[in-house]
Design a protein around this ligand. Sequence first.
Ligand code: 5AD
Length: 350
Amino acid sequence: MNNKELSEKIIEDLYKEPDRKTAEIIEYYLNTGTKELCDKAASVCNDIHGNTVFLRGLVEFTNYCAMDCLYCGIRHSNGKAVRYRMRESSIVETALAGFEKGFRTFVFQGGEDPFYTTDMICRIVSTIKNSTGGEAAITLSEGIRSREDYKAFREAGADRYLIRFETSDPLLHKKIRNGITLQRRIEAILDLKSLDFETGSGYMTGLPGETEETGIRNARLCRMLELDMIGIGPFIPHKDTPLGLSDQMPFELCIRATALLRLLVPSAHIPATTAAGSIDPEGREKMLKAGANVLMINITPDDVKKHYLLYPGKVCLEEEGETGLGSLAERVKSVNRVLSYNIGSALRKT
Ligand code: 5AD
């Protein structure tokens, strides 16, 4: 079966009864209050990953996007977004400055911006890899590209790739991603896995049109894909998008989803995400207490990062960047955990 057929089969299986172990975990999730559920997930996290929280340096290098996702503030049709593209040299310098400060993992995220050709991205990756003596782990997050492009990225030295599927509901997916299918997204994930990337995906919680069953299927899809990394966060309506007037769902949905994911995919690295910190001042701590074990620190230069507005009220604008590291260490300590600068590879690779 090729990856296209395989992704179709995965979606089909998602609508069948889950295996016994999965069903047991879901049953537990449905019948357990949030505090107890989080305590259980935190204990599983501690058993498997210890009490460390891994740091990743995030570089948001372009907010141009060819896509028109209905939820996203940097969608192509949002004429109000102030657009920027970082130069190749500046992207490299940002990462190397981060490396000097101790970061060992860099995530390069952007809109789907064809300005950055495969060659350019490969050059950025190999320059950073070489300049750090191969010590830095490099994660790319550039959306759907061809398998050939992914292969070139891998050969240039990229270690990891993040590509959220956003929602596991095929009809909703096609609608909110403006015509792009869930099947195509999963195919990209399978392409990455077959190229031996440490592969991450994930979704937003509380998208309009989702039910509790959708939320459970979102988590089940992460388990079926055997992901190395899973990023989730609350959907936050952005007023300059077609979903701008949607309701903000309770943050508890995201916390419960974090715990469910930790139980369903115990080995995955799960970040306490910026979106969580943006709708609740204690949001990231709450995610850490529900089984998350990664923090992504925004090291994008100040002059551009204020324009990377996928949703309103993004916290890093006020409090993160390298200067905020001390306060982050404090926050992590407040939940009895310890910050780690180690590259924090996928568990199956260690
Ligand atoms: N609210 C919350 N998260 C969002 N993202 C995009 N738009 C929003 C929004 N309005 C998330 C998507 C994407 C990630 C980079 O940011 O899940 O994959």
